[in-house]
Design a protein around this ligand. Structure first.
Ligand code: AMP
Length: 424
């Protein structure tokens, strides 16, 4: 098999690392990749959203399968584009990808298929007035979501009604997130603990793929601004068998069945962003690909032939793919650049010693220049360690974090600490 993996983050390094272990992978290309993916395959200069260029590359190199790591090419319809041109894509078509690409579509889909989620209404320029009136009828805090992709910034939650009204105005009339906020979903605030659950489907069968909890805020104790993710742990202590059974039966099953009924069976990885509301899972959001940093926590636990898995997603036969999760706990700590999630400086030389036996380093914002690894983004390196105990796994990752050097290195030292007590 020749595979083209699209993306450049820690998630893509984790995919590339898994794929590089499979004997059936003859060649692995990563577009554009990072300094870490260089040791798993060949990085190529390609814009994943330039489908014609991607197609030409696949023809030139006789690539069999494209694996999109992030949502942009999926939402833009890469699977629909490639299918008639004979290149397999391990990811959903544009219709199914709208579960992530449009919050309004996702909410309506959940309503159609009786999937538990917060109650909501959608508004646009035609009924902006009604939106403002609707806010007056709700209890705080107010949750406003830009309908389209807004680089993870399109959700605003405020306890203040005047601010909520103003934000609604800015989103719709002021195009705060461009066309992504021409429609806004206003929904009920859910109280509980968040969890990310994963499943995979080939369009016929589906399987659960474990769960993780990510840590989104920059500061310890979950303070400060949101980031792309400062760390993750997997498994999640409160996600017991009973809870995961509810997730499978009430959320994953009707999602896959619903898409099948609507003529767009889901092929790919499904990320269910959930709130555990007193033991009852409610959907906050769908993503139509793996999460980042959750992938970096789950993949070191995942015992699977990744080439077989992505091939099954594209061509069927998932039923016969063996999937197992290492029962140990993974704790991922993300090293980030000074100033992140605000302005950062790139190009800082990195010193990265070999990790210990229980630890994996996944590159994110890194690049290689003249044989030297340099920082190349806000989130730089994900460090995952496995241990029988969450505290120990986190501790090993923190020790490893000390050994990696670059100017301005920052990371949270409390990943998993809030949940470690639950594991006892
Ligand atoms: P999303 O982009 O939909 O994942 O939303 C970003 C974050 O906002 C989520 O990870 C939650 O922390 C929070 N959030 C979104 N929707 C709700 C809701 N209905 N109730 C409470 N928190 C929410």
């Amino acid at each position: 098999m020749k595979i083209l993996l699209l993306g450049s983050g820690g998630r893509e390094h984790a995919f590339a690392w898994k794929l590089s272990q499979c004997p059936e992978v003859a060649e692995l290309f990563i577009a554009p990749g990072n300094a870490g993916t260089l040791s798993c395959g060949e990085n190529v200069h390609l814009n994943p959203l330039d489908f014609e260029a991607v197609l030409q590359f696949c023809k030139d190199k006789q690539v069999d399968l494209i694996l999109p790591g992030n949502e942009d090419p999926l939402v833009a319809g890469i699977a629909d584009f490639m299918k008639p041109r004979g290149i397999a894509v391990a990811g959903p078509d544009r219709f199914a990808a709208a579960l992530e690409g449009s919050k309004d579509f996702a909410k309506a889909f959940m309503l159609r298929h009786h999937i538990p989620t917060a109650s909501y209404q959608s508004f646009n320029a035609d009924n902006l007035h009604e939106g403002k009136a609707f806010l007056q009828t709700l209890n705080p805090p107010y949750v406003l979501k830009a309908d389209g992709l807004a680089a993870g910034k399109g959700v605003i939650i405020t306890p203040n009604l005047d601010e909520a009204v103003q934000v609604l105005d800015e989103m719709i009339a002021g195009a705060k997130f461009g066309s992504a906020s021409s429609t806004v979903v206003i929904e009920e605030f859910l109280h509980g603990i968040e969890i990310s659950c994963f499943a995979v489907s080939d369009g016929h069968t589906w399987k659960m793929l474990g769960e993780a909890k990510d840590y989104k805020r920059i500061g310890e104790g979950d303070t400060g601004p949101n980031t792309g993710g400062m760390g993750a742990i997997s498994p999640v202590p409160f996600a017991n068998e009973e809870f995961m059974k509810k997730v499978a039966e009430r959320i994953a099953a009707p999602t896959f069945e619903g898409l099948k009924k609507e003529g767009h069976p889901f092929k790919g990885f499904l990320f269910m962003g959930l709130m555990n509301c007193g033991g009852e899972p409610m959907v906050i959001e769908y993503n139509v690909r793996m999460g980042d940093p959750e992938t970096e926590a789950i993949f070191p636990r995942l015992r699977v032939n990744m080439a077989e898995l992505v091939n099954a997603i594209a061509h069927g036969n998932l039923e016969n793919v063996k999937l197992e999760l290492d029962p140990r706990t993974a704790a991922t700590v993300f090293l980030v650049s000074a100033g992140y999630p605000g302005d950062i400086e790139k190009g800082k030389p990195m010193h990265i010693p070999a990790p210990g036996a229980q630890t994996h380093f996944f590159h994110a914002g890194t690049t290689m220049k003249d044989g030297q690894v340099l920082t190349n983004g806000g989130r730089v390196l994900a460090i995952t360690s496995l241990a029988h105990d969450l505290n120990l796994a986190a501790e090993i990752s923190l020790v490893a974090a000390e050994t990696v050097k670059f100017e301005g290195k920052n990371y949270r030292k409390d990943i998993g600490r809030d949940l470690a007590a639950l594991q006892q």
